[in-house]
Design a protein around this ligand. Structure first.
Ligand SMILES: Nc1ncnc2c1ncn2[C@@H]1O[C@H](COP(=O)(O)OP(=O)(O)OP(=O)(O)O)[C@@H](O)[C@H]1O
Length: 702
């Protein structure tokens, strides 16, 4: 029921009165924080003044103690500032749900209101609003009215949900209030999904679904792999899960302990707001290329994943596909492991040595050398020399002279049959009998597909001291775009808990992709969950995308909109004119984002440049872009991964331009970015895997 007008029913009257009371309490709490903040600011000012004026009479210890006291006041002030921010947010929407739960054996029920943050009223000593992450709040997501249970810190509590109510409150005003019973269509969710997009990912606390809640609140899985169809909320719930874990384990986990591996900086920027909105600090983020560069100590120049995909699309090179396919196979990882063992086995040719006219047996040198396989080579040689010297001293009761030590070091060095890491990696392909699988990319760079195998070999032969030992939880998005070798490297690098998410149907480069099952093999004790309901796109858009890349598991949400349009244009000029028309229509609409999604960067640039001749403010996303913003964005499907737009236009979907499986995947990714409206344009024959024309509107334009 809508409650924008005067409340009608007793329930509405009750809730309006309650809201007014909560708003008044929030106002009082805010005024109290304002007073405390002013008091702390004054205290800091006075202490600083005192420190300055009395500095000549103070000894060192006194100065330190005054400074510490200032720091303490500043920190307390910051905590109050945080509370102030939360209270202000609560003033806009103090809660979104109410739950009356009668625990078995308890007398009476107090309504529990659930909001984005906890609100404890200091004056009355009451929990006025519960944080959505509180144990009891999980009832709100898991049950309608009837028998229910939740896990409290003291154990499982059984009982009955007697009332469940959803609210939409904006700017302190109640706009909607709905009592949910079993089988009620989730009206609040429908409204939420029908809204226009934002310039960043939004939180979904008010409408988290039951299966999503189970993933968010899973505290035990050491590695949780989420395979979810396009638009199923994977990224959203992974971030909500992080917020939940930060709340649940606040004593031992902080935002600086978390790292996100994300596909690019635009995506990182797009999701950056979710955790702060949920009252948590932003967490660190890193891309695979930066990670690789750090691990290789910036010693190698290599192609990026983006460049690799671009090259594949521009050239459709069978030999390259074969290289990528093999390097993405579990077989490749196995062989690389065998090769590393082989190199290790054969690279030290120990011989008997005579130092200071005394014998050092080869077997002893070999034994010491083998023991330290995880050290870098120069460190390892130094260690062999050190340990041999010790044993030598004990055996012969003789201390080595500096020249003896030098001779020992030179002799040990001489026993090593070693080439550079890159050379050793290259020789792997000869050892394998397939030298054609190693090929340098343009300008002598390593191919992207060789970067992580090289790191893996380095780890096996030299050892890498992980710079990420501080990470306690790792989140990997777009998991399908990483290969078994990458996962093997990640597993060695990050021993912490992990949330790994993606969609096998959305790989932008199917020649180097992994599915959830393969990924599970890389991590011990990993659990796999799947999400099959798609929330982002209207029913019609989802059905359209399903015809391009059918996924029998996918369940489309029943939110109806315009059918997607396939627009056949006589010429490229006519196509651009149609896109321009659509762009102008968008500018006049209430929608916030329009994505014009092309296949290649070259096509995106060309489209962008042509449209920019007549339209203002169109942005082109490139590999270097670092931010997402509302308006018209032209980009490739690769760049659009993970993003969403109110409207999407996909140009040049002709038979010639979209032909291969990879192109089909990219088209699927592009279509599934659209929330409310999708237009596909082409000249000449349309791509064969576009839905048949009689199922979509065909407009002959110009
Ligand atoms: N429970 C929910 N309540 C409201 N909105 C939701 C819910 N679940 C998902 N959504 C919305 O669905 C859209 C898709 O979510 P998200 O981007 O997290 O999905 P995804 O599975 O990561 O998508 P993709 O793989 O296609 O990039 C977002 O607009 C998100 O807000």
């Amino acid at each position: 029921m809508s409650t924008e007008n005067a409340p009608q029913t007793p329930a509405e009257q009750e809730e309006h009165a309650r809201l007014a009371e909560v708003m008044a309490r929030l106002q009082r709490a805010l005024e109290a924080t304002d007073r405390r903040l002013r008091a702390y600011a004054e205290e800091v000012r006075e202490q600083k003044e005192y420190l300055w004026e009395a500095r000549a009479d103070m000894d060192h210890v006194e100065k330190i103690s005054t400074r510490q006291s200032i720091e303490q006041s500043v920190m307390t002030g910051e905590t109050i500032l945080d509370r102030q921010k939360r209270l202000k947010k609560l003033q806009r929407a103090p809660y979104f749900g109410r739950l009356d739960f009668a625990a078995d054996g308890a007398t009476g029920t107090d309504p529990i209101y659930i909001g984005i943050h906890h609100f404890y009223d200091d004056n009355s000593g009451e929990n006025v609003v519960y944080d959505w992450r509180a144990p009891i709040a999980s009832l709100f997501y898991d049950y309608e009215t009837g028998p229910a249970r939740y896990e409290s810190p003291d154990g499982v509590v059984d009982g009955e949900v007697q009332l469940k109510r959803q609210f939409r409150i904006r700017h302190g005003k109640m706009e909607l209030m709905i009592d949910s019973n079993l089988h009620v269509v989730d009206e609040v969710l429908q409204e939420e999904l029908a809204r226009s997009s934002d310039d960043s990912m939004r939180n979904i606390v008010a409408t988290i679904q039951r299966d999503q809640n189970a993933i968010i609140r899973n505290e035990t899985a050491p590695a949780l792999i989420i395979q979810g169809v396009a638009g199923s909320g994977k990224t959203s719930i992974a971030l909500h899960r992080i917020a939940f874990l930060l709340y649940r384990f606040k004593e031992t986990l902080s935002s600086t302990d978390i790292l996100i591996i994300s596909p690019n900086r635009v995506f990182a920027d797009y999701i950056a707001n979710v955790l702060p909105e949920l009252g948590e600090e932003q967490v660190n983020e890193i891309g695979m290329e930066t990670l690789a560069d750090e691990l290789l100590e910036s010693r190698y120049r290599f192609q990026t994943f983006f460049e690799q995909t671009a090259e594949l699309l521009e050239n459709d090179d069978e030999a390259m596909k074969e290289r990528l396919r093999y390097k993405a196979s579990p077989e490749f990882l196995k062989k690389l492991g065998e090769y590393a063992a082989h190199v290790e086995e054969n690279r030290f040719v120990a011989e008997d040595l005579w130092i200071a006219r005394r014998l050092i047996p080869g077997w002893l040198l070999e034994e010491i050398f083998r023991k330290h396989r995880n050290m870098g080579m120069s460190e390892r040689i130094a260690q062999v020399v050190r340990e041999t010297e010790q044993k030598f001293g004990i055996q012969y009761n003789y201390d080595l002279m500096p020249e003896d030590r030098r001779a020992l070091r030179e002799a040990v060095k001489g026993m090593i049959r070693q080439s550079t890491l890159r050379e050793t990696y290259k020789q792997f392909f000869t050892w394998l009998g397939r030298p054609e699988l190693f090929k340098t990319a343009k300008r002598g760079k390593l191919e992207y597909a060789d970067v992580f195998p090289l790191i893996y070999l380095k780890m096996r032969l030299e050892g890498i001291r992980s710079p990420y030992r501080y990470v306690k939880h790792l989140l990997i998005d777009e998991m399908q775009d990483y290969t078994p070798v990458q996962y093997a490297v990640i597993a060695r690098l990050f021993r912490c808990n992990k949330t790994i998410l993606g969609d096998a149907n959305q790989s932008v480069n199917p020649y180097s992709a992994s599915d959830a099952e393969q990924i599970q093999q890389a991590f011990m004790q990993a659990s796999r969950v799947s999400l099959t309901k798609s929330y982002r796109s209207s029913y019609e858009i989802t059905q359209f995308a399903q015809q391009i890349a059918p996924n029998p598991e996918l369940e489309a949400i029943e939110r109806h909109g315009e059918p997607p349009r396939v627009v056949r244009c006589r010429t490229r000029k006519a196509e651009l004119a149609h896109i321009e028309e659509q762009a102008m229509d968008f500018q006049a609409s209430g929608h916030n984002t329009l994505g014009i999604i092309c296949k290649t960067q070259r096509q995106a640039k060309r489209t962008h440049d042509r449209l920019s001749e007549t339209l203002e403010g169109i942005r082109l996303l490139t590999e270097q872009s670092s931010g997402f913003a509302p308006g018209i964005i032209v980009c490739t499907a690769h760049m659009a991964k993970g993003l969403e737009f109110d409207r999407v236009i996909i140009p040049e979907v002709s038979e010639k331009n979209y032909r291969t499986d990879m192109e089909r995947n990219l088209l699927y990714v592009a279509c599934t970015r659209a929330m409310h409206r999708l237009t596909v344009t082409h000249t000449g024959a349309p791509a064969a895997f576009l839905p048949a024309a009689d199922e979509v509107a065909v407009t002959v334009s110009l």
